[in-house]
Ligand binder design. Structure first.
Ligand SMILES: Cc1ncc(C[n+]2csc(CCOP(=O)(O)OP(=O)(O)O)c2C)c(N)n1
Ligand SMILES: [Mg+2]
Length: 324
């Protein structure tokens, strides 16, 4: 953690931004805890990869974006979707496989996307979103638009070939893309030190002409500031940036992984730097915090009810859409 930019203590950002960030961190935390309960009840099937502990990365990054900017997400993508402005009802319906979900219940947790939110999709293929983001940025450049794309991915994905190819391409064409490397220090149960020759991941950027910066990923303000700078740079036509946001999962790789391979002392240290608590200290006003939390709880319960009452997707309609 030595070379991270520590911003928490000197955080001064517009209050509206701080409140938006806190709302999204809190909503993500509560949404996922509720999803884990629903999973245990058999109401969510398949895999579920909690973002618990990493919420500040998505909330900080998305607060620096405008609605017309794009994001590309991962298998651990609930926080990205919520922070990009998702309606919790449509998200919960999607994750519980209902016809009213963002993708009519066909995407689920790992493949949620929304044209309306400019969310280009979560992806079960590790690293699969990185070239999609570079491609979207190429599209923006060709159309001479001023949007930017944020590609979220983690340390494991950064060891896939597409990471190198996408950074190189973005570097050559100065594409308006921000590579947001959520370094949670594990790929499933493999610690980063066992899978990576040099753990200075931000340092990989300059090799491709992409400036790299390392920030404290549990401090949403640090992530927000770094993203804002990268977005401004991209809009000036100066090209891509790589942001390594250091963070840590609060549990195993997925909901059924107890994470026994995680060093308990290290886990405790990271939990003591909980992004929810850090952002509460920044917002500071207990009345505003309580108001946000009350609204999120109500939205969440409405989302659970909406999903429960929604119909299952219609199999015949699905089959009718498959081309011959
Ligand atoms: C191309 C590919 N290889 C392997 C897998 C299996 N797999 C799923 S998640 C995962 C670990 C990903 O680690 P990382 O990129 O660090 O993401 P994190 O889970 O830490 O968010 C692996 C290897 C996959 N889904 N896709
Ligand atoms: Mg990882």
């Amino acid at each position: 953690m030595a070379n991270m930019v520590a911003e928490e203590e000197k955080a001064t950002i517009p209050e509206a931004v701080a409140l938006e960030i806190y709302r999204n961190i809190y909503a993500t935390r509560r949404f996922e805890l509720r999803c884990i309960e629903l999973y245990r009840q058999g109401r969510i099937r398949g895999y579920l990869h909690p973002y618990l502990g990493e919420e500040a990365v998505a909330a900080g990054a998305c607060a620096a974006l405008r609605p017309q900017d794009y994001i590309v997400s991962t298998h651990r993508g609930h926080g990205h979707c919520i922070s990009k402005g998702a309606d919790l009802r449509l998200m919960m319906a999607e994750i519980t496989g209902k016809a009213t979900g963002y993708c009519r219940g066909r995407g689920g947790s790992m493949h949620i996307s929304s044209k309306q939110l400019n969310h280009l999709g979560a992806n079960g293929i590790v690293g699969g979103g990185i070239p999609i983001a570079a491609g979207a940025a190429m599209g923006i450049k060709v159309r001479q638009g001023d949007q930017v794309v944020v590609a979220f991915f983690s340390d494991g994905a950064s060891n896939n070939g597409v990471f190198a190819e996408s950074l190189n391409m973005a570097g050559i064409y100065r594409l308006p893309v921000i590579f947001m490397l959520e370094n949670n220090h594990y790929a499933v149960s493999t610690p980063i030190e066992c899978a990576t020759g040099c753990c200075d991941l931000a340092g990989r950027g300059p090799a491709y002409g992409v400036p790299g910066i390392c920030v404290d990923g549990n401090d949403a303000v640090a992530v927000y500031r770094a993203t804002l700078r990268a977005a401004e740079r991209a809009r000036r036509g100066e090209g891509p940036s790589l942001i390594e946001a250091n963070t840590f999962r609060h549990g195993g790789h997925h909901v059924n992984d107890p994470g026994l391979y995680m060093d308990p002392k290290l886990l405790q240290e990271w939990k003591a730097r909980d992004p929810v608590a850090i952002m509460q200290r920044i917002v500071a006003d207990p009345v505003k915090i309580q108001a946000i939390e009350g609204r999120v709880e109500a939205e969440l319960e409405a989302a659970v009810d909406f999903a429960a009452e929604s119909p299952e997707p219609d199999v015949a309609a699905f089959l009718a859409e498959i081309p011959d």
